[in-house]
Design a protein around this ligand. Sequence first.
Ligand code: NIG
Ligand code: FE
Length: 412
Amino acid sequence: MITLITNIKELLQVREIPVSKVSGAEMTVLPTIKNAFLIIKNNVIADFGSMENLPEIKADKTIDATGRVVSPTWCDSHTHIVYAGNREQEFVDRINGFTYEEIANRGGGILNSAKKLNETSEEDIYEQSKARLEEIMHLGTGAVEIKSGYGLTIEGELKMLRVIKKLAENYPISIKATFLGAHAFPLHYKENKAGYIDEIITQMLPEIAKNKLADYIDVFCESGYFSVEETEKIMEAGIQFGLKPKIHVNQFNSIGGIQAGVKFKALSVDHLEIMKPEDMEALKNTETMPVALPSCSYFLSIPYTPAREMINAGLPIALATDFNPGSTPSGNMNFVVATACIKMKMTPEEAINAATINGAYAMGISETHGSITKGKKANLIITKPISSYYQIPYAFGSNLIESVLIEGQILA
Ligand code: NIG
Ligand code: FE
């Protein structure tokens, strides 16, 4: 099957020589081809270039993209889209003056979602989660990382990871699974934290590794959740079971989580709303991708990751949604890109790089995703007719996507 896309107003993120990520000043450059064509063969990008150089080709299907921008789909490297129910009541409680921390301290927050998840059947969780997955695919996401972390029991965590596996089997989008048993301490372990960590390491991890249910390990390293020492212990155990760390750090406090992540060669360190100079320093010249989650800052009214300062210091940045019921009930990467421009002063080029190639790096798939490169998956966004790609962040409340292609197939 050969699909030809012609007359593309502008083809974004063209990388003839593949890169795995872009950092610092490189992020300001978004290579594009104006008036372009693109050929898809066997679900991958086979060729592209300027319309002047369009080769003679017999295509099975031709899409005329006159006036439209084509880009790689978004790579959302941080989500919690497998969950049960919602936390609307906590949202209203926060409007009425309670903080996220106060709500968590009275048994709400992550523990509220864990209670709901453990009371809901695997089939029902699958149904609820697949609706979210389908929604984000139509919003232009072509690869997604999904975490466990609302089970907090061996049964609950395995149930979540099986749902993630089933989603990966049933949908064409690339899905990476992350084990986040260390998301919060269950109530009955409140006075015995070491006991829960022991359960994670000696019971959950071996079972997850045996059944190949996760690619990565995550820990919520934060005051009141997991200390740096506890985070290191869990990362170390995860690594022994073949799971590379991708961890939650510096959301509310800077307590040394970044340094711990770098020490254990984490693929990414995510959140980073609170950054000290030494945190920025620790990330320099490492292979660890800093990931910002601006929709979380927006929804919780907490600071935004200081992306401008970080990029100016030569660091890379990836953008992701953090889609979850408590801090970010949205999986819209278009909104993330817009918010990064509007609130974090990233340029459109930086934000698009952060949401495509750097997002792919932060979930270990930059060899196959995140850019227009021959041989990569034909995962593409075709916009509606627009004046330029600046519209994507500028018209922040509009859906500018006309169609999404995953592995060369148009989503119905
Ligand atoms: O990334 N910070 C930790 N975990 C999630 C929120 C979890 C929740 O509130 O349910 C986050 O923001
Ligand atoms: Fe998160």
